[in-house]
Ligand binder design. Structure first.
Ligand code: TXD
Length: 308
């Protein structure tokens, strides 16, 4: 395998993403966690599944960063997960410490890597990685929009009894209660859902998308979603390593696009071998702009609290 991906945090999202990466032979994986023996055990268990699953990619587990050297992509999932009733923002200070420490270590061993940030609160953790590594904006990308739009796609497919493959959904903004799903750009076989579903149903889907994370947390009681989040991570890694130039909603530090600067917000991005190669701008209605502003204000407020 010529590509190497380091996944930091061998918990639910990290381990599931690692599993999907090796099973699809997208890259060799180095799985890192602070818990002694855990990443080694999970990596060995996955390697022992290789003869049956028939993959040739390698995964190794480690508690230190030497093994991560020379990674093309570093995925950061380390941190605490949300508990019921806990907001993403409550996680801010604890996860700043964790994400700050792990990205410093990873960057020391992989100077060329593209960083994909998953840990919550997402947009603020992206900012932590950007401030610590001082990398150009192409190389620090947050995962949220793909997950949010995948959730919306499932709700659309379920409502219309159509294949998920026919659905497309568009979600902008921060990863939180202020995300901005855009129904007029969300389609089934190219037809906007606003033409296929009554307004109340569209509003319900938008609402359920916004609360998609909390809905799972409430079911699980401990821990948060990880199957769909890990799928979203893998789609990003794949688009980058295979230089797909795929347009996907991701959190990037804006450079004046959409009227914002130096702020991580979820927008459509072209993902390729150089990372977030381009931000795609679309015209927004006054209402959508107001939604995005609310989202941007929430991210800004959180970033002002950061102690890095
Ligand atoms: O859309 C999104 N961006 C998200 C974000 C979707 C789902 C989950 N989201 C967030 O990702 C979640 O709120 C958490 O902040 C992270 C990871 O979620 P996960 O569900 O994987 O949490 P786990 O299972 O608790 O795993 C976290 C692991 C755990 O094994 C810890 O031991 C490890 O992180 N951890 C560390 N690893 C390395 N180094 C340090 N310092 C460290 N601290 C904790």
């Amino acid at each position: 395998m010529q590509h190497k991906v380091t996944v930091i945090g061998g918990g639910n999202v990290g381990a599931t993403a690692a599993q999907r990466l090796v099973e699809r032979e997208i890259a060799d994986v180095c799985l890192i966690d602070v818990v002694e023996g855990m990443p080694q055990g999970k990596a060995l268990d996955m390697m022992e599944s290789a003869p049956v699953e028939k993959f040739g990619a390698m995964i190794t587990g480690s508690n230190t960063y030497e093994a991560s050297a020379g990674s093309d992509v570093v995925v950061i999932t380390a941190g605490l997960a949300r508990k019921p009733g806990m907001s993403r923002d409550d996680l801010l200070h604890k996860n700043t410490e964790i994400v700050g420490a792990v990205c410093r270590e990873a960057f020391r061993h992989s100077r060329e890597a593209i960083f994909i940030v998953v840990s919550n609160p997402l947009d603020a953790m992206c900012e932590v990685v950007k401030r610590i590594t001082k990398l150009p904006r192409e190389r620090v990308i947050g995962m949220a929009g793909i997950l949010d739009s995948a959730r919306m796609r499932w709700f659309i497919a379920e409502a219309l009894n159509v294949s998920v493959e026919n659905t497309h959904a568009f979600v902008l903004g921060g990863h939180g209660d202020t995300m901005v799903p855009l129904p007029r750009y969300s389609t089934v076989a190219g037809i906007p859902i606003t033409e296929l579903l009554p307004a109340e149903k569209v509003a319900q889907i938008v609402d359920r998308t916004r609360n998609g994370g909390a809905e799972i947390v409430n079911y699980l009681k401990t821990g948060s979603a990880y199957y769909a989040p890990s799928s979203a991570v893998v789609e990003m890694v794949d688009a980058i390593l295979r230089d797909k130039k795929k347009i996907l909603p991701c959190a990037v530090s804006l450079n004046g696009e959409y009227g914002y600067r130096d702020l991580f917000i979820g927008v459509p991005v072209k993902l390729g071998r150089r990372g977030a190669e381009e931000v795609i701008q679309i015209e927004l209605t006054a209402e959508e702009k107001a939604g995005l502003k609310k989202s941007a204000d929430a991210v800004k407020e959180l970033c002002e609290l950061l102690k890095v």
